[in-house]
Design a protein around this ligand. Sequence first.
Ligand SMILES: [Zn+2]
Length: 339
Amino acid sequence: MDFFQKLPKIELHAHLNGSLSNSTLSELHVLKYGKEPATERDESFYKITAGQNLTLKECFQKFKYAHDLTDQPETLAYATRAVIRDFAVDNVIYLELRTTPKATYHMTKTQYLTTVLETIRQAQKDYPTVTVKLLPSIDRSKGLQEATENVSLVLEMHQLYPDIIKGMDLSGAPYGTKFSDFATILERAKVRGLKMALHCGEFPDDDEVWEMFQFGTDRIGHGTFIGGSNLKFAKTNRIPFECCLTSNVKCSTVKSYEDHHFKKLWKAKHEVCICTDDFGVFDTSLSDELRICSETYGLSTQDILQLQENTIEYTFASEAEKQQLTKLFDLFKNTLKDN
Ligand SMILES: [Zn+2]
């Protein structure tokens, strides 16, 4: 194992459905449809999950597969467990997963969320090296009624799983929606102590970024197009940016790794961390992302250690959990000194 794999890591921006590896997708396909690819649809599935250097369209096809394959409690539990296992194998010691509660033909939204939460609870016993939290998401593109329903459900579930549900995410295509409408709905979760990790500044819209800052987002998802006075505000108020290098490059929201906004944020000493977003869809891992980060922007081993240590502070974990993470991290640093 190399340094990046051995390094204890913190993952703060990972969508459940985007974090299904090719092998997990294949296993789920067998679980749901049986072994043999019988139709044309199955053949393209096997082509895409075996493929390398996929086009963006093919990458997004993986999301569609993931949604289809996790539409029943059994496969959803299988997928959730596989994602936690994969992060644990990559030596991630703390993970905040996100997912939008979905009603499907086979389950209600309550069943969806309960399945994910119960699987996390069980996986904590089976993979004790990784602490897992959940940030249920609101998908903007699904409208206000869905958002209202989801927040009510999350607040209900928060009473049953206060140790796992730590915050909420706002994601999805923003077109035709106004953040201020969602702010009123999210406020109900905020006043109950849930933290906010909003996708923010993914598109150029200074007014919306400002509205999100006024609302009080605890972290910035991507923040690709944040500049000017908003950038200053983020710095002064120490709001961390969740940077997802490969995801942004593959989705072409940035031109290249070299052009990624991480570079200027790190240089200007912003609060910033590295995350995967959707490691299954974009075929990466947190170790790979940190390696790319180090190689592209010239971060030393010491810098990478500092980056991870800072990230502990940005988690929505309790103070006791943060202390535990710091302890694990110190142990790792000691092993480096010994060698
Ligand atoms: Zn995201």
